[in-house]
Design a protein around this ligand. Structure first.
Ligand code: PEP
Ligand code: MN
Length: 264
């Protein structure tokens, strides 16, 4: 169902009026984790000031260590909803368990399925049964074929509002947190009709690489870019080394806007 052979024209995913995959790049910014109303609202104000519409923030955090911050859970989703209403934004947040899907429908606009759950088939099927756009991230060590099959699981249940997100894969290279598989973008665009995003934060894990990788993503045909922004990354409860602060976010967005492939 996700194959180009089944449907030649691009699928456009509509997120509260923002059309992903319409030929104009879109951007998703926001903190790694939702930590407080004030923290999310500060980022939201900066997103809104740029005329952007999409905000991200993790409420359920799949962390490597059980002793790391696990997220605010449903409380985090409520914060996102409040901020979305106040700043007229749409919000994207990860759901890690089928039991939270129903609740998520009340509070968020896009359900993210994270890298660690890309082959959680029950979660994929549950995401396929709801009427909400899904942002599906590539697994840590998933082939493109496995990634496409994960999207197929969702679509097989009736939900065709799927955005694929390349977020880097695990290789022997340690200069970056993961290896951004930039060629995955045109391959996914050729083989499927779904929009493709690139998460430059989790793929690189390096603030100095966010801009060049975002440019590469858009130049190679990505429909959008995701990056993490925190008002005070030094005290962030997750991914503190790789989130942009508001000043860096302003500079990043100004620079990406002035690249030839971004139509205002
Ligand atoms: C995230 O986007 O918050 C995240 C945890 O990313 P990933 O699933 O790609 O590691
Ligand atoms: Mn993160």
């Amino acid at each position: 169902l996700v194959s180009r052979k089944k449907k030649a024209e691009d699928t456009i995913v509509d997120i509260k009026g923002t059309k992903i995959g319409d030929g104009t790049p879109k951007f998703v910014f926001g903190p790694c984790s939702v930590e407080s109303y004030e923290q999310v609202a500060q980022v939201a104000a900066s997103v809104q000031a740029k005329g952007l519409k999409l905000l991200r923030g993790g409420a359920f955090k799949p962390r490597t260590s059980p002793y790391d911050f696990q997220g605010l859970g449903v409380e985090g989703l409520k914060i996102l909803k409040r901020v979305a209403d106040e700043y007229d934004l749409a919000v994207i947040s990860e759901i890690v368990s089928t039991e939270h899907i129903e609740t998520a429908l009340e509070y968020i606009d896009v359900i993210q399925i994270g890298a660690r759950n890309m082959q959680n088939f029950e979660l994929l099927k549950a995401a396929g049964s709801v009427k909400k756009p899904i942002l599906l991230k590539r697994g840590l060590a998933a082939t493109i074929e496995e990634f496409i099959n994960a999207a197929e699981y969702i679509m097989s249940q009736g939900n065709d509002q799927i955005i694929l997100c390349e977020r880097g894969i695990r290789t022997y290279e340690r200069a970056t947190r993961n290896t951004l598989d930039i060629s995955a973008v045109p391959i996914l665009k050729q083989e499927t009709h779904l929009p493709v995003f690139v998460d430059v934060t989790h793929s690189t894990g390096r603030k100095d690489l966010l801009l060049p990788c975002a440019k590469a993503a858009l130049a190679i045909g990505a429909d959008g870019v995701m990056a993490e922004v925190h008002p005070d990354p030094a005290v962030a409860l997750s991914d503190s080394a790789q989130q942009m602060d508001i000043g860096q976010f302003d500079e990043f967005y100004r620079a990406i806007q002035s690249t030839p492939f971004v139509k205002a």
